[in-house]
Design a protein around this ligand. Structure first.
Ligand code: PEP
Ligand code: MG
Length: 568
């Protein structure tokens, strides 16, 4: 058994389809006929472009990937058409009289080294694009076949070092799941697996050495485990588990259109977290009652310049229209910390998570903030929009942000542009200072959404990215529960509502305690919504209040977990 990270839930039992890259021996062998080599390169380049077009078309037709995911192929096509890249290759063939594959490799190596040296996700992705395109290009120059995942005809679990976006897009109905040697929950392949709703375990070290093409494999993407050549008993046990999981998911589907009401009639809202307009489909498919967190950073991170007001308006309007009358909470730009923009350099800091980020940056660079607020306000005419500011620490920050919002609203109205008239303006509570002063914040904010991902890291002084201190990352620590309670009570005192959009809100065990503490809205990844609804519908508010009271009186997270061990 090998261990990895469960990236997309489910269980698969099938034969291994090992995706092995063809071995291409590339040497710096010289050529005699330089012009012939240039034309060999040019025809390989044309074939590469048409291959990418074909994969893009297949992926578009399959309709499973979002526009952003499909856009990866446009990035590849752009790369293949980049005159700097192709010109460099031709130049190397002509001046050094080397073969085309070698020239392509050296041009790509230079660009990859440059992009990888820039400590930045955006450029690292560009480096991955170059590698992907160059791989195909070299294969076409040499004339070797690249394995075609789209041609799999037997139920399989794909095993690979990593899956590129073009690999993932080719997976057909016979691909029952995949396991990769590298990657984490937020790697490209993991995100794609969740969009495609197929089980995936990533970061399985040793998988390439151990798994052989055709081996039987069990992929347990609930636990993040892989079993190679299982015994008959194991196959039987996992087949049972798989059936139970399918039954569980199917049983949950009956809750899709049910209201989220406790046995004693208390109703809450179960909504989804999204990063792109396409993600809103998953929220609706899973019975989400709205969007509780639209992380707008992705709109900025997937571009090479600040998105214009119009571009943002189109994205926000698309989400609002998709969600109809359901509420949509959009968070204004939360950049900084671990999220950087290539075109917006930020001076290096000792502690970026405690530094120049989110609302701090927006209040300093108001032109960026104003553009986003105008786009949001224009979109507000098309649905039920709620806006929230991230990383609010002081009342003055909230007031200043709200003031900018009011100014933009007044300008739009003066320009005769339609804006919604019931836009709530709230804030994220993710800094302990805001939780402690929640009753005062509630006098100025229309609502709160608790960001436990950050609230926990700041309360425990434990970096959410650090493996070494991950034991301190304790959502169930009574100290965190008390901060949550203070925030909810503060909101309710002023007649405001309080939600939560950190990962904790989607954990079934936490749902019961949070509901008992009085939380009104729970925002989570789409696939967690139905499981959360099951918890809400199966208990009474009174029971949950008793549980919550016991939980906040505990000493440790372990004691709290013991209280909820039987839930889900
Ligand atoms: C949070 O901090 O809980 C949150 C939802 O925001 P993010 O994870 O984007 O920081
Ligand atoms: Mg946060």
């Amino acid at each position: 058994m090998l261990k990895g990270i469960a990236a997309s839930s489910g269980i698969a039992i099938a034969k291994v389809y090992k995706l092995e890259a063809p071995v291409m021996e590339i040497t710096d062998a010289k050529v005699e006929d330089v012009e012939k080599e240039v034309s060999l390169f040019q025809s390989a380049l044309e074939k590469t472009k048409s291959d990418i077009e074909a994969i893009k078309e297949r992926a578009t037709k399959a309709g499973k990937l979002s526009d952003e995911e499909i856009a990866v192929f446009d990035a590849h096509l752009m790369m293949a058409q980049d005159p700097e890249f192709t010109g460099q290759i031709v130049n190397t063939i002509q001046t050094e009289k080397v073969n085309a594959a070698y020239a392509a490799q050296t041009a790509a190596d230079m660009m990859v080294a440059f992009f990888e040296s820039m400590d930045n996700d955006y450029f690292r992705e560009r480096a991955a694009d170059i590698k992907d395109v160059t791989f195909r290009l070299k294969a076409n120059i040499i004339g070797v076949e690249i394995p075609d995942l789209g041609a799999i005809k037997e139920d399989s679990v794909v095993v690979a070092y990593d899956l590129t976006p073009s690999d993932t897009a080719q997976l057909n109905e016979y691909a029952k799941g995949f396991a990769t040697a590298i990657g984490g929950r937020t790697s490209h392949s993991a995100i794609m697996a969740r969009s495609l709703e197929i089980p995936a375990v990533v970061g399985v070290s040793g998988i390439l050495e151990e798994a052989k093409h055709g081996d039987l494999i069990v992929l347990d993407a609930l636990k993040g485990e892989v079993i190679l050549n299982p015994t008959d008993e194991e196959v039987a046990a996992y087949t049972k588990r798989k059936d139970e999981y399918i039954e569980y998911r199917t049983a949950l589907k009956v809750l899709k259109d049910q209201p989220s009401i406790t046995k004693d009639g208390h109703q809450v809202e179960l909504v989804g977290n999204i990063g792109t307009p396409k993600d809103a489909d998953g929220v609706l498919d899973n019975g989400g009652e709205g969007v509780g967190l639209y992380r707008t950073e992705f709109l900025y991170m997937g571009a090479d310049a600040l998105p214009t007001e119009e571009e943002q308006f189109v994205a926000y309007k698309a989400v609002l229209e998709k969600m109809g009358r359901r509420p949509v909470v959009v968070r204004t730009l939360d950049i900084g910390g671990d999220k950087k923009l290539p075109y917006l350099p930020i001076d290096p800091e000792m502690n970026p998570f405690l530094g120049y980020r989110a609302i701090r940056l927006c209040l300093d660079r108001k032109e960026i903030f104003r553009t986003q607020l105008r786009a949001l306000l224009r979109a507000s005419a098309f649905g039920t929009l709620r806006i929230m500011f991230p990383m609010i620490a002081t009342i003055n920050e909230f007031k200043e942000a709200k003031q900018v919002y009011e100014e933009e609203r007044a300008k739009l109205i003066a320009e005769g542009i339609a804006v919604g008239d019931n836009v709530q303006v709230g804030m994220m509570v993710e800094i302990p200072a805001a939780a402690v002063l929640a009753d005062q914040f509630a006098k100025v904010a229309d609502f709160f959404s608790i960001g436990t991902n950050d609230l926990i890291q700041y309360s425990m002084a434990a970096d959410r990215m650090s493996e070494k201190v991950s034991y301190l990352y304790q959502p169930y620590n009574p100290s965190i529960l008390r901060l949550v309670k203070m925030t909810i009570d503060g909101a309710h005192k002023e007649g405001k509502w309080c939600g939560m959009c950190g990962e904790m809100a989607g954990e079934p065990k936490a749902v019961a305690i949070l509901l008992g503490l009085g939380l009104d809205e729970f925002s989570m990844s789409a696939s967690s919504i139905l499981g959360a609804r099951k918890v809400v519908c199966s208990m009474s508010k009174k029971e949950m209040e008793e549980l919550a009271n016991k939980a906040i009186a505990c000493d440790t997270a372990e004691e709290v977990l013991e209280l909820v061990k039987d839930i889900a």
